[in-house]
Design a protein around this ligand. Sequence first.
Ligand code: COA
Length: 382
Amino acid sequence: MRDVAIVAAGMTPFGELWHASLRDLCVEAAMEALKNAKTDQVDALFVGNMSGGQFVGQEHLGPLFADQLGMSGVAAMRVESACASGGTALRAAFAEIASGLSETALVVGVEKMTDATDVTEILATAADQENEVYHGITFPGLYALIARAHMQAYGTTEEDLSWVSVKNHKQGALNPKAQFRREVTVEEVMSSSMVSDPLRLLHCSPVSDGAAAVLLCPLKEAKKYTDRPVKILASGLATDSMALADRRELASLDAVERSARKAYKMAGMGPQNMQVAEVHDCFAIAEICCVEALGLVEKGKAGSAARTGYTALGGCIPVNTSGGLKSKGHPVGATGVAQAIEIFEQLREEAGERQVEGARIGLTQNMGGSGASSVVHIFQKV
Ligand code: COA
């Protein structure tokens, strides 16, 4: 396998983007990445998208976007793994370059959610239809069950959940691309409307539009495009049962643990080597479970990690410096690519007020559904 690098990135702001269609978002992010690399052609295009068909009635995104980008003829495909579609598309592009199939690959993660009226139902198609959704549960409900299980097993409190939101809003306030650039207090979070007990409005990621793009090539060719490439050290993808009822236990996310184990093995490193991480905080409890499964915080101890500052900017392992899904926004297919861009910028020392001083190694973890799939990437400053 060849070493692979990210050489350029582009991203739209995340939010309710009424002026832009699905294809507009893709083109804006992709053109920015291509412009930054001073190129206009690639060998392959990978699109991370969860549900263009249901959100805006548009499938067959590979050729559509290749055409819109003036690249008709290029190899192009869509990759879908629910909310992990972006991270999984990045992995597909990584394999494409590592294997020697292509010399350049553009990854675009994109979702246009706010045009749809039945967003919660569309998202729920990524849960187990026969065993969960048929009985009326949706994602806030599934994550509420996980939250209750974590509370029961480890004494995690509603206040602990709220500190995750406070931390991520504080960090997101420093991100010009974030959907919500405002800080919130624990009191505000704990008095926001109940969505699915114990999860309140301010424990949830929002419904968002947006796109993010990165350009990959072999590391030894990277200097053609940039003087500061970032190496992709490892990629780990893993799965778990779709239905929560079939899980070993509710308070652990085994797919995250498995994907991390594979990535750490491939990188020849462990969680102790990570200096900054973007993890999948679609609900506050998800960040708590994910940092434990990644080994960044001891099992059962992540409840207090945001409150004590352990996972905050300036702490031992800063998590979600971008604001995370909670504050930056969660256009589902774009999220995994946007996570990679945050680490790319951190390792290039381009993160401005969010910069983690001296960061050389960073990690992203992107999750599908209630944890049925998870993909982890590890990146290194070159
Ligand atoms: N965090 C902070 N503010 C939020 C928010 C969120 N998650 N969601 C909405 N808001 C704000 C809106 O900006 C709006 O503010 P305004 O009145 O100042 O304009 C207000 O709250 C009401 O917004 P609205 O769109 O009516 O909220 P809603 O009740 O329809 O939706 C949720 C709120 C939490 C149900 C929705 O954001 C949601 O479903 N989130 C989860 C998405 C999800 O499941 N993703 C996949 C994860 S696996």
